[in-house]
Design a protein around this ligand. Structure first.
Ligand code: 26W
Length: 800
């Protein structure tokens, strides 16, 4: 497809503004310009997708379907203009009418249909697959309300509904003709017809799944990915039921149906086990599998070759019910034998695990499943019977082992076990995580099916955080290494030859400084920054969901220790530093909310002491989201990646920050291990126990109290939590640290503090620091999502 010409865009803009709002560009409001521009881009993307699709279908290429309960898309306008390579034309056209493109972007809300890492990864992969011209479709739910808006009220997190549709709606292309019926509840009838066993489903309630498509263009490619988002609607209210007198049932079904796509569950790494969530999961799976089957049938007229032409990827266990749903269609609708159906299913599905946190591993109560999706339940029971039989054989009747791997245990269905049983591939998201999966989470399965287990280290849609977010650095790179790096992340390596070039390093320093100023300006205008921050101070950044395993409280404890030190030594030499935090806590996560309040209180109290706050400053940025990350990453000096080793599956913020020249201060956890490999030991600051040391310490019995008793710095910092910070005490945080400390904050404290001290020393050695920064930029190429999706294509989906 040819790119849109400048004349065409100008013409369409004038035309759209006129026909939609009856205004000329000069008189149009920013919202009107945003809407018109988005509509024009959307229509172009739609056409581009159609021509890409035609080409793919005529070539009979394998389709990738990526099922995920979350896609954290962020904004679409800016990324589309860049990927379509029309951003400068649009900027100049708008300038003709005295309109500032940057201000137009601000009219778009983030599509926040995800919680954090897993959702953003899915969005990054749509971009990368389009860029690599891999035919891909993402499936998810069109939540009316995405991840909540976080307001910090006197330090406490409060949650406001994220009503993103006004403004976000322009990016949704309705496809009502592709609606799918999804059936819940009801009864099963079994009967035999000669030797055939039939099962039929009766008295079910129907929910309509209506799709809306979003398009993601590849950069400098013909590819376009589609994200198909399902909305739940009750099928025009069951009048029959109503007339038969079942008034209450008719009404309740109506409201249950509409509730399904109402809101994203805001839990990250913690399963709640609510029936509405289960309905959401089945709704996504049934609608998507129905759609995939329809697509495939329309091209090939049979499902026999499904596994040759289709790969379905399950993003963590949340869409696991897609497995029994496809079995249901193959068995009940197509009449395939069990073995044939299972063969197709197993060769179609692949599963990625994204977390080792025990509380995140999904288990569903069998009675809940049985009542909400009875046929699906009976298929899972049969899958499990056959699977356990096979495991018994393989293990020579080792009952304990078989039981450990069983999908159904203690009246619960273990979704991860089902995924492993039903997929031809299981992968972790960093080298370390993939090892932990094999040695720990799925150790038994690994013993029997070793070839299933793979690794694909995560990657990011790096153009979003470089080309689109850091123009200064992009220009410097282009002038030094040409612009091939925009399409090929490996090219960034070439920047490494400038590590001792003072002119380049000075240029880097200037760019960072400008980015810091820009961030502060933005934060003052659009965020909750209402005090001065020194752009010459170190911007030390920890931005991610709030969770004890990520250890924001380790960071906080060290700040309190510094504060204690500065109270006693007000004239001490201290390299000025601003700690920037941003994090949403799951609404029901008590300790996480306490930690946010504590960080806020530290920030307030420090600012009351003018002398100290000239050196040490803390800012808790509210409502962290994709758009804020795009502004903050380019302005960061230090990237805090301080999870307890063995807990963070990969991390992706670490990749975005290094790409923008921030130095990782982190543990040997997740992808940090590979960042260290990529940049070399001199260009990263590592501290803390390794995953092995953590296991060994746990095995010996970890006692945080010993650290508290024997280490004065720790004692005084924890005691300050008891005595009060800004007039508030944090007894629960302190007690947790002293008495249980499940993520071993105290054990890693000294080492962390030493790493912090080292980071100041390195920062003060200006050219050394800049050289480290440059080497991080040069080493970031392997963390591109382009590389990651090529790994998936080659090692898992069997294409390329
Ligand atoms: C059922 C509730 C729930 C919701 C989300 C459980 C678990 C999740 C996700 C799996 C949590 C998540 O986002 N994991 C993150 O995935 C990223 C992408 O692979 C990794 O980089 C992060 O390390 C991992 O925490």
């Amino acid at each position: 497809m040819k790119k849109m010409s400048k004349e065409y865009i100008r013409h369409e803009l004038i035309k759209t503004l006129h026909s939609n709002y009856n205004v000329a560009p000069d008189d149009a409001s920013d919202t009107q310009v945003y809407n018109a521009l988005s509509t024009i881009v959307m229509e172009h993307l739609n056409e581009k997708r159609n021509s890409f699709n035609n080409r793919i279908n005529s070539q009979g290429r394998k389709q990738i379907y990526y099922l995920s309960m979350e896609f954290l898309m962020g904004r679409s306008l800016k990324t589309s203009l860049y990927n379509l390579e029309i951003v400068e034309d649009v900027r100049n056209i708008l300038k003709e009418y005295d309109i500032n493109l940057e201000k137009i972007y601000e009219n778009e809300p983030d599509a926040g249909l995800g919680n954090g890492g897993l959702g953003r990864l899915a969005a990054c992969y749509l971009d990368a697959m389009a860029t690599q011209e891999i035919p891909a479709m993402g499936y998810s739910i069109c939540y009316e309300y995405g991840i909540f808006k976080q307001k910090i009220d006197d330090g406490w997190q409060t949650e406001l509904p994220d009503n993103w549709m006004p403004g976000g709606e322009v990016w949704l292309d309705p496809k009502p003709e592709r609606a799918v019926e999804v059936h819940f509840e009801g009864e099963l009838h079994e009967y035999w017809d000669s030797q055939y066993h039939h099962i039929s489903h009766h008295n079910y309630s129907t929910v309509l799944a209506i799709p809306y498509d979003m398009y993601v263009s590849g950069y400098n490619s013909d590819g376009v990915s589609v994200l198909r988002l399902w909305t739940a609607k009750s099928p025009s209210f069951d009048m029959a039921m109503f007339n038969q007198g079942d008034y209450a049932k008719a009404l309740s079904q109506n409201s249950i149906a509409n509730a399904i796509s109402k809101v994203l569950y805001p839990n990250d790494n913690h399963l709640e086990g609510k029936s509405l969530r289960l309905r959401q999961q089945y709704f996504l799976c049934a609608a998507s599998i129905g759609d995939i089957v329809t697509n495939h049938m329309s091209v090939y007229g049979t499902l026999e070759n499904l596994h040759d032409k289709v790969a379905i990827h399950i993003n963590d266990t949340h869409p696991t019910l897609a497995v029994p749903e496809l079995m249901r269609i193959l068995l009940d609708d197509c009449g395939y034998s069990w073995d044939k159906a299972w063969h197709i299913v197993k060769n179609t599905f692949a599963y990625t695990n994204h977390t080792v946190m025990a509380e995140a591993l999904e288990k569903w109560d069998i009675n809940l499943l049985k009542s909400i999706v009875p046929r699906i339940f009976s298929i899972i029971v049969e899958i499990n019977n056959r699977y356990c039989q096979k495991l018994s054989q393989l293990s020579e009747n080792n009952y304990e082992k078989t039981n450990r791997m069983s999908i159904i245990k203690n009246n619960h269905i273990h979704m991860a076990s089902l995924c492993v049983a039903a997929s031809h591939s299981v992968n972790g998201v960093s080298k370390l995580h993939s090892e932990i999966i094999k040695q720990d989470v799925f150790a038994d399965e690994y013993e029997y099916f070793p070839l299933k287990f793979k690794n694909v280290t995560n990657g990011i849609a790096y153009r979003r955080w470089l080309y689109q977010s850091n123009p200064g650095l992009t220009n410097l790179l282009s002038s030094k290494i040409g612009d091939k790096f925009l399409k090929d992340g490996d090219e960034l390596k070439k920047f490494g030859v400038f590590e001792n070039d003072k002119a380049v390093l000075d240029e880097l320093a200037k760019i960072k400084r400008t980015n810091k100023e820009n961030f502060l300006k933005y934060a003052k205008n659009y965020c909750n920054l209402d005090f001065e921050i020194d752009p010459d101070s170190i911007f030390d950044v920890q931005v991610k969901r709030l969770h004890e395993y990520k250890r924001q409280h380790l960071n906080a404890l060290n700040i309190i220790a510094d504060y204690n030190y500065l109270l006693e030594n007000p004239d001490a030499d201290y390299t000025p530093r601003t700690y920037i935090f941003a994090a949403k806590a799951a609404p029901g996560y008590y300790l996480a909310k306490q930690i946010i309040k504590m960080i806020w209180c530290i920030s307030e109290e420090i600012r009351k002491n003018k002398k100290i706050s000239e050196k040490l400053n803390v800012f808790f940025l509210e409502d962290y989201k994709v758009t804020l990350s795009e502004l903050l990453m380019p302005a960061s000096d230090i990237s805090e990646q301080i999870s307890l080793a063995g807990t963070e599956a990969s991390g992706t913020g670490n990749m975005k920050l290094m790409l923008n020249g921030a130095i990782t201060l982190g543990t040997l956890d997740g992808a940090n291990v590979e960042i260290k490999q990529a940049v070399g030991d001199d260009n990263i600051i590592i501290f803390g126990m390794t995953a092995e040391e953590v296991s060994a310490k746990k095995a010996m019995g970890y006692s945080p109290r010993n650290y508290y008793d024997s280490n004065n710095t720790i004692k005084q910092a924890v005691n300050r939590m008891y005595h009060g910070i800004n007039g508030c005490n944090f007894n629960d945080v302190a007690n947790s640290l002293q008495n249980s400390d499940p993520y071993m904050v105290l054990a890693d404290f000294d080492s962390y503090r030493a790493a912090q001290k080292l980071s100041s020393e390195l920062y003060n050695d200006k050219y050394k620091w800049l050289k480290m920064s440059l080497n991080n930029i040069a080493g970031a190429g392997v963390f591109s999502a382009d590389r990651a999706v090529k790994d998936y294509a080659r090692d898992i989906w069997g294409i390329l």
